[in-house]
Design a protein around this ligand. Sequence first.
Ligand code: KE4
Length: 429
Amino acid sequence: MENKISDTSARLHGRACRVMPGGVNSPVRAFNAVGGEPVVMTRGQGSRLYSVDGREYIDFCGSWGPLILGHAHPTVTAAVQRAAADGTSFGTSTPSEVELAERLCDLIAAMERVRLVNSGTEACMTAVRLARGFTGRAKILKFAGGYHGHADPFLIDAGSGLLTGGIASSAGIPDAVGADTLVTPYNDPDAVNTLMQRYGTELAAVIVEPVAGNMGLVPPVAGFLEELRRLTRDAGVVLVFDEVITGFRLGPTTFGTLQGIEPDLICLGKIIGGGMPMAALGGRADIMDRLAPLGDVYQAGTLSGNPLAVAAGLSTLGVLIGTNPYPAIARKGERLAKRLRALAVEQGITMQVAQLGGMFTPFFGSGPIRNLDDAKRCDKERYARFFRKMLQAGIYLPPSPFETCFISTAHTNDDIEKFIDAAKTAVRD
Ligand code: KE4
């Protein structure tokens, strides 16, 4: 008899495949990198996800980053329910969107103006259009393994879902678009300097994840971000920090603010929407004010600043600012990483754990991991086997080795112990 756990998920996935390409609405959910069929989830509560088969999982994927407060946090749920009772969208200005915009500008040093949008992709593609309009230049520089959403200019040597589908770049991108996207290795300021010497006067923007989360977790090496800031400032190039993952993930602000580095533009998403479709682009007033209707760079959105998404975002930020959970989350991250590293040593497994605050990625490989090539040298199949065994043990990880695991305020010390208990056998081949 087929495994009961997967029967209902399998049937639903079969139906999904008949009407949705790959049976999913976002490729990385398809389990291509880890094998097997996606588990269909029907409910989340705190640190738990519940599948349509009635199974309970401790969730370390956290919807890819937004759920720093865990699933169905009562304050967030109540805020969204209250907002919904007054209507779901007005297509007008609203008091709550002004409050969120003011909050973001108060909490983020480099944010003088902000535009609310619906996805990280929208925020990042608008940042590029704005930088091009502001500088009159065409080229952009991104980093191999960096992922900034699925807009054409970014799908060159991108991270996240492109790495799970074995396509470094997407079909359908005109050569002319690709030609304006320059790519260099992450954490290599010399490579950036060489490229700036050659293309500096043609570059509109450098876009970077200040802490890379889409090739697995790869933190910046000392001085990398500061050098990017110096080189771009000297060349009149717009520096864009893509903080869709890191915004409010490691502290009650952006990573750039925590590090004292001020980019020209900042992209936010995920946490600022509390799990609802909400993202933002902000930064220097002289650049942001080039956005229509004030300026000549067009950007628009039917549901931008949607009242339900704003309610989820405002309530999430309210809990984060009010309770400052970051030290406790970081302690849990440090404990999990330390115990997992010790496990690998005890069992003679070649595995390292990148960890920063509540973000972590197990890499099945040795040697420093500073960029995409280093990450790709790790054993993807080993991660897939680890993922499947952890899933069987009731631990839900990102279904790709090129993503980041997340710890929320809802994860308990007992959840961390359960992770380690499951890993004791899952790390073994
Ligand atoms: P969205 O358009 O998916 O809201 O955001 C795009 C984006 C931009 N910048 C960064 C640093 C991001 O990580 C993302 C999206 N992250 C992926 C997972 N790492 C979303 C998951 C998915 O594609 O389904």
